[in-house]
Design a protein around this ligand. Structure first.
Ligand code: FAD
Ligand code: EGU
Length: 471
């Protein structure tokens, strides 16, 4: 009894700045450890707000994110409201649809509603008596020396608040991070990609999903790409990715239809001509940024997590998953170092930076790769090759997306392993190539063919190779 009273007295205050996905989850983790948790979110309480207009409507939740939710007992609640996606569905230009499973049965990702996930996490955080949520609190300034923060309310009045630890979960344009920038030996890079994204809603048809629901639908068209994830209300949210200058070229409803006719003809009747003409101009295309920095902490006072520490482009579906995993990693280190902030924070930076940088690089690499030469045939071909090699040598070759999406293999180790596997595959190819050449030469010498018969098949072969690369 006395001991717990003693602990009460010295209970430390943890301020979580940002009540988005990572901030709300982090609040649960800190509350569970018994800290006095204060969450400061600049927006109104989204559970009360009528219109929630923000970034992407739904997200792909995978293993890392689920494990993090499990740590605070939230996995079941969120998973039960998610829609399993067991495979991708690749839409070719001619309208053909080809499924490619994510893995064995039971290996699937979930389409979850961002707003609902955020609401559930805030409500969960609030169930801890030692947590307080403060909405309409925009961080203006703070001091790394004193741990004092200044917040402004929408009515203009200011609030000063003191905390023992400040956790910056305030997203890609973090106000907390601004202070880091002025310090010596802080590394920072920010890259906007030339592509923007736009979300379009595909309504249900006769009260049913317009396409098969348990898939992540993909229309890979090199420079242009569209992705669709299912929602519980039987709609799909389609996200169109394309360069900003291409978005700008389309200025009338008819041009929108013309563009879709050329690249996504099968989606026109599903989204609807009128809706397409209208929704395209509803909101301008949104930018995508990649942010990397290090270290993630200042002394024993402040630490960055989620997009504030590492915004990644969405081409691996890992931004939120990585941010959620940040929370587990931090919590494990808290356990290991007995909640001694000065030791925990520097260890967190040491452990987590290489992994967050690895996923940021992977996502950017995938963006460049998709843009450069991924049409539907190439996508199908590459995934088949990866999966066939995995089936042939399940212990040796594990596809990169499998390690990233379905395991908690450290991101930087997944990348190392991927490079190693590439080497093994290339040696394997070299070896079988050598065998083929030697074997072929032997047979040719043994029974020389009529040259005129060889030319035509070779030409046909070449045409087939060319066909692989054109949409
Ligand atoms: P945010 O969600 O940005 O939350 C930050 C919070 O801080 C906000 O609530 C904001 O209001 C608040 N805030 C900001 N400034 C202040 C301030 N000064 N004071 C107080 N509060 C402040 N990830 C996936 O895992 N899977 C996906 O399928 C996926 N798809 C995506 C698709 C797109 C198109 C995009 C753009 C991203 C996608 N992501 C995906 C990434 C994911 O959206 C982010 O990684 C995730 O939202 C990061 O959460 P966060 O809490 O760190 O930041
Ligand atoms: C992009 C935007 C397919 C949601 C990467 C796969 C994404 C998501 C892929 C968005 C792709 C791309 C993977 C998952 C996922 C694939 C993945 C991308 C969800 C390599 C709402 N990506 N995304 N890779 O394998 O590992 O299916 O906005 F088109 S989920 Cl770009 Cl697994």
């Amino acid at each position: 009894m006395e001991e717990s009273a003693g602990r009460q007295a010295e209970r430390k205050v943890v301020a979580v700045v940002g009540g988005g996905l990572v901030g709300a989850l982090n609040a649960c983790y800190f509350a569970k450890r018994g800290f006095e948790v204060e969450v400061f979110e600049m927006r109104e309480d989204i559970r009360k707000a009528k219109i929630v207009r923000g970034r992407s409507i739904n997200l792909a939740l995978s293993h890392r994110g689920r494990q993090a939710l499990k740590g605070v007992g939230m996995e079941e609640k969120i998973v039960s409201k998610g829609i399993p996606m067991h495979a991708r569905m690749i839409h070719s230009l001619n309208g053909k649809q080809s499924p490619i499973p994510y893995g064995k049965k039971g290996q699937y990702i979930l389409s979850v509603d961002r707003a609902n996930l955020n609401k559930e996490l805030l409500t969960e955080a609030e169930t801890y008596p030692n947590t307080k949520l403060n909405f309409d609190h925009k961080l203006q300034d703070w001091s790394a020396e004193t741990g004092q923060m200044t917040f402004v309310r929408s009515d203009g009045c200011e609030n000063q608040i003191q905390a023992d630890l400040i956790v910056g979960c305030d997203g890609a344009f973090s106000a907390i991070r601004k202070h880091f920038l002025r310090r010596s030996r802080f590394n920072f890079s920010q890259t906007y990609i030339p592509h923007g994204y736009m979300e379009l809603t595909m309504p249900p048809i006769n009260g049913e999903f317009a396409m098969k629901p348990n898939f992540l639908h993909i229309w890979p068209r090199n420079t242009f790409m569209m992705i669709a994830l299912p929602n519980l209300d039987m709609t799909f949210t389609c996200t169109l990715f394309m360069p900003f200058d291409e978005f700008e070229k389309i200025t009338t409803g008819d041009e929108v239809i013309e563009f879709f006719q050329k690249y996504f003809p099968d989606a026109i009747p599903l989204i609807g001509v009128d809706a397409l003409k209208r929704d395209y101009f509803q909101l301008p295309a949104q930018a995508m940024v990649s942010v990397k920095c290090s270290p993630y902490h200042i002394g024993d006072k402040c630490v960055l997590m989620g997009d504030a520490a590492h915004a990644v482009v969405p081409f691996y579906g890992q931004g939120m998953n990585a941010g959620f995993e940040d929370c587990i990693v931090f919590d494990e280190i808290m356990e290991q170092f007995n909640e001694d902030f000065s030791a925990v924070l520097s260890e967190y930076t040491r452990v987590r930076v290489p992994d967050d940088h690895a996923i940021a690089d992977l996502a950017m690499y995938n963006y460049i790769e998709m843009r450069a030469h991924v049409n539907s045939k190439w996508f199908l071909f590459r995934k088949y090759v990866d999966d066939i090699l995995h089936v042939l040598m399940p212990k040796t070759i594990i596809p990169l997306y499998t390690m990233v999406t379905f395991t908690r293999t450290r991101y930087h180790e997944a990348v190392e392993r991927w490079h190693w596997q590439d080497k093994v595959i290339n040696r394997g190819l070299l070896f079988s190539g050598a065998v083929a050449v030697l074997g072929g030469s032997y047979l040719l010498i043994k029974n020389p063919p009529d040259i005129s018969e060889l030319v035509i098949p070779a030409e046909k072969m070449w045409n087939r190779i060319l066909a692989l690369k054109t949409p």
